[in-house]
Design a protein around this ligand. Structure first.
Ligand SMILES: [Zn+2]
Length: 394
């Protein structure tokens, strides 16, 4: 919980005046009621105003060639919505829904490509937006796969989604002005800032002087922390998407631990990690909560651990008493999802574990138990399950 010191003198003054009015009129009422009830006056009360927003988040949308091949329709267009139908249902009712767009949405005109330098159809973004996702991070190790052109096309695409559907993208920009701006968004009377940074871009770098193209924290950690401090002063909540960690390791590395501590101290409230392609633990750090790695949301990777990803959720809670504001990140929870596909890389589906059975994933119950242990291995206060807000829960 953080307590905002903004306009504190006014707050104290208001409180004092209201309390003194309250005490005064109570006494007056007590005396007056004995004589004549028509002199009774309403007693002013200072009731706190409560605001909440539900935040849902998941991992990497890693669009291999097999994934977009499975999305091709008879007329040559792409439709990813069927793959995401169960994820859409799982996350129904959330105010904010985040995912990481691992690969550039440069669109078909740029020529689609798969590993190691990806370019993906923009229809993949359309399906995520149609599923209700409204926060997207684009600072990843693949941000520069298609060079400056890829970023320009991706940024233009996400700007269209912002104008049409209120989708907020962070991580890649077309100017220093855009990169340095600290956006303040609003939901349900709560303000928040959403940031996205990556450790690097697979050895590719932006042209000298154009490092605004992608938020790379290597060598720029102080800039990342300063953005968090500025956001903390401007917004009730600071949500940071971090592309970090050791690929294919379920263990949190030293850099993640150190940086998470520094980010929490700078004012980050929710840290959502991506990139390792496997899940990593969740941990409270002071008033913040850090999901070190969500794993893949959807990919055509082959190993079971790369097909089991995580979804997470928190309740953002703000209490305003006069101008005194307190905030807290409540009810951190997590659950598992599975990227299902059939031999030949067809019929891709993101399936929540509570909808799996042995015909879809043999041994799914034992797997669920062992992966849940990874999630809670650093902090057993994190709740497993309870993600569904609408309809039947687990
Ligand atoms: Zn990555």
């Amino acid at each position: 919980m953080k307590s905002s010191g903004k306009r504190l003198p006014l707050s104290v003054l208001t409180l004092a005046v209201l309390l003194s009015l309250s005490g005064c009129s109570s006494a007056a009422v007590a005396t007056a009621s004995a004589q004549a009830s028509e002199t009774r006056r309403p007693v002013p009360t200072l009731a706190p105003e409560e605001y909440t927003a539900e935040l849902f988040f998941t991992g990497d949308f890693l669009i291999h060639g097999a994934v977009y091949a499975d999305a091709v329709q008879a007329d040559g267009s792409y439709d990813f919505s069927g793959m995401l139908a169960e994820l859409k249902e799982l996350s129904a009712g959330y105010d904010l829904k985040y995912y990481n767009q691992e690969t550039i949405l440069g669109g078909t005109e740029l020529g689609l490509s798969s590993y190691p330098q990806f370019n993906s159809p923009q229809e993949a973004g359309d399906a995520m937006v149609a599923a209700g996702f409204n926060l997207v991070s684009t600072a990843t190790n693949h941000s520069l796969d298609m060079g400056v052109t890829g970023i320009e096309r991706s940024v233009a695409y996400w700007q269209e989604q912002e104008e049409a559907y209120g989708v907020h993208m962070a991580g890649t920009y077309l100017s220093w002005e855009e990169q340095q701006a600290i956006p303040v968004y609003e939901v349900n009377g709560i303000t928040y800032t959403f940031l996205s940074w990556t450790y690097g871009c697979n050895g590719l770098t932006a042209p000298a002087g154009e490092e605004y193209l992608v938020n790379v924290y290597a060598g720029r950690q102080e800039e990342l922390l300063e953005q968090i401090r500025q956001a903390d002063a401007l917004s009730d909540f600071v949500i940071v998407a971090m592309h970090w960690g050791t690929e294919y390791s379920m263990a949190v590395n030293e850099e993640q631990q150190t940086l998470a501590q520094e980010m929490a101290a700078a004012g980050a409230d929710v840290i959502i990690g991506n990139h390792p392609h496997v899940i990593e633990p969740v941990q409270r750090i002071g008033d913040a909560v850090c999901w070190y790695a969500m794993g893949n949301m959807l990919s055509a990777q082959n190993n079971q651990e790369n097909l089991i990803g995580m979804v997470g959720a928190v309740t953002l809670h703000k209490t305003a008493l006069g101008s005194e504001v307190t905030t807290s990140v409540e009810n951190p929870r997590a659950d598992l999802i599975y990227t299902y596909y059939e031999p030949g890389y067809v019929n891709f589906r993101v399936i929540p574990f509570d909808r799996l059975d042995d015909s879809l994933l043999p041994g799914c119950q034992q797997l669920e138990t062992s992966y849940d242990q990874v999630i809670t291995s650093l902090d057993d206060s994190v709740v497993i399950g309870g993600i569904r807000l609408e309809g039947e829960n687990e």
